[in-house]
Design a protein around this ligand. Sequence first.
Ligand code: FAD
Length: 380
Amino acid sequence: MNFELTKEQEMTRKMVRDFAENVIQPRAIDLDVKAEFPEDIFKEMGKLGLLGIPFPEEYGGVGGDTITYALAVEEIGRVCGGTGLSYAAAVSLGSSPIYYFGTEDQKQEYLVPLAKGEGLASFGLTEPNAGSDAGGTQTRAKLEGDEYVINGEKSWITNAGYARSITVTAVSGKREDGKNIISAFIVPADTPGLTINSNYDKMGVRASNTCEIILEDVRVPKENILGDPEKGFGQFLYTLDGGRISIAALAVGIAQASLDRALAYAKERKQFGKTISNFQAIQFKLADMAMEVELARNMVMKAAWLKDQGKPFTKESAYAKLFASETAFRSANQAIQIHGGYGYMREYEVERYLRDAKLLEIGEGTSEIQRLVIARQLGC
Ligand SMILES: Cc1cc2nc3c(=O)[nH]c(=O)nc-3n(C[C@H](O)[C@H](O)[C@H](O)COP(=O)(O)OP(=O)(O)OC[C@H]3O[C@@H](n4cnc5c(N)ncnc54)[C@H](O)[C@@H]3O)c2cc1C
């Protein structure tokens, strides 16, 4: 076994860390307060090739692997959970399904500009009445001549307000056994009948753009169906497996930031004539945080490695997502505790880490759903 990163992976990590610390970190508090999506930062990230890390050069990407991409998500998440979430969603949910399942024409038209960082894409699966039970989708797509006509509603779709295209799932027919066939469709964001509202007032990840989408007689050419029309459900399960690695990486970033801040503060803050890092109660908190961050990162790297090797990774990505998101929440909570009253104040940032970390236990499959995925993989 080899736990060392390659030279390229190390270089990308350093480059993203520099960018995150110099460009994103100084604005993180402000983006959170104003709930502002940093469009300009995404343009810069595009120029650096970050939006194309896991895609081949022939499709506008930089030909990196999942490990490199996970390292980039961690570094961005370390300074701003909201920017990290939008970055992870853009690559894993927006672009990746087109790369995995798109036709050559779809890749040229939609993936190439995304990988080059010339725009963002979204993935619209969740609906007001279909969340964890994504198979219960109520959006409908009907073939009329050479076009599909789509009607329905999607909730909490990341980046949709800034997207060039949105891949939406919809029921397109019935199987012989009476079950719904769910297909995925690429819908350009300027298609008539598509309304995108971004009015949510969120607890955390406030720099991330989150939208409600209404589809009223939205017409797309039948060529816009993504991949196998009969296998839309399986396709989005695969997409979510990959996305979970990036959510887990984002969680590691927040957990690491919590540890870094708590450790630095514990070494400075004096009570009872000594720094609080001298108290064993504080040391034990820091020791547990450090151990859990290390474990979570190893799980992310293993899931990413399995994906890169073309091996099954469903169980490992669920392990990583579940453990890392719960680690991030615990670490952020302990970081606030170690900061005492200062930790409750916005300027110390650890309270934001907690608010941002909470989303990671919900999005891309709640913790309960991760446990279900793992149990199924165990044969339950
Ligand atoms: C900021 C944000 C960004 C998001 N971005 C996107 C996006 O880009 N694209 C997208 O499609 N969706 C997105 N989502 C939606 C997200 O994936 C869902 O919120 C999530 O899957 C949970 O669905 P739900 O909210 O409907 O909860 P529900 O499914 O209603 O769950 C409610 C509770 O019941 C539990 N529960 C449900 N079923 C079971 C079960 N079988 N066993 C045990 N417990 C169960 C859940 O774990 C949860 O605790 C986003 C959400 C947020 C908040």
